[in-house]
Design a protein around this ligand. Structure first.
Ligand code: SF4
Length: 213
């Protein structure tokens, strides 16, 4: 149902809508979702530094990753103009996200795809619910999910992303510190690096965010 645009949605209505979007994220398959105030979005230059030092293979290859993604200054300003955000969690079985086999065979791709699709759907539903400026951030480079074998068309002048209803900048690519944000809402989260074995972690997490209101 498309709702008429109003200048500012009253807080009582906004709270009801946020809970509706939270429930919707769970229906769509999220493991959990929390409504947080926008000031709980943690942005840190050190997160972005991790994209370049050492350099990620996706750096500079697509429009949703640095150096093309929004700058930290821009993200800070954008976030400060919102009242709330929906923070979305998807648990990934440890054997699909940690260890050499998971890494070499890209076994967590279905979970990365799923959380990006959940997040984009919530953004679209919020748009039609009169929150027309709702803005989603996903998890993991969009290229590895939607364009594994092609160059980024969005980087070609005059062309657009063919997956623009699903592909979004990963939270980490715009400097959002998902680890700290997860701990602040009480979610257990573990660092998973190249040397981490699946037996060393109970699960992995994919986290995403939709700014609303
Ligand atoms: S999903 Fe879109 S933005 Fe991402 S790599 Fe493909 S064309 Fe580029």
């Amino acid at each position: 149902m498309v709702r008429k645009i109003v200048e500012r949605v009253p807080d009582e209505q906004l709270q009801k809508d946020l809970e509706k979007y939270r429930q919707r994220a769970l229906e769509l398959g999220a493991t959990d979702a929390r409504v947080i105030t926008a000031d709980k979005v943690v942005i840190d230059e050190r997160v972005l530094a991790k994209c370049t030092y050492p350099k990620c293979t996706r750096y500079g290859t697509n429009i949703n990753c640095p150096p093309y993604a929004m700058s930290l200054d821009q993200v800070r300003k954008v976030v400060s103009n919102f009242r709330y955000a929906l923070f979305i969690k998807l648990e990934v079985p440890s054997e699909k996200i940690a260890g050499p086999e998971a890494r070499d065979k890209n076994l967590d791709a279905p979970w990365r795809k799923k959380i990006n699709e959940i997040t984009a759907k919530i953004e679209a539903e919020a748009f039609h619910g009169s929150y027309y400026l709702a803005l989603a951030f996903g998890s993991g480079p969009c290229m590895s999910i939607f364009c594994p074998d092609t160059d980024c068309r969005a980087l070609v002048p005059g062309q657009a992303c063919p997956h623009r209803l699903k592909a979004r900048s990963p939270m980490e690519a715009v400097g959002m510190d998902v680890y700290t944000m997860a701990t602040k809402v009480g979610w257990d989260i573990y660092p998973i690096g190249e040397a981490t074995l699946s037996s060393e972690v109970p699960y992995g997490l994919r986290l995403a965010l939709v700014l609303i209101g």
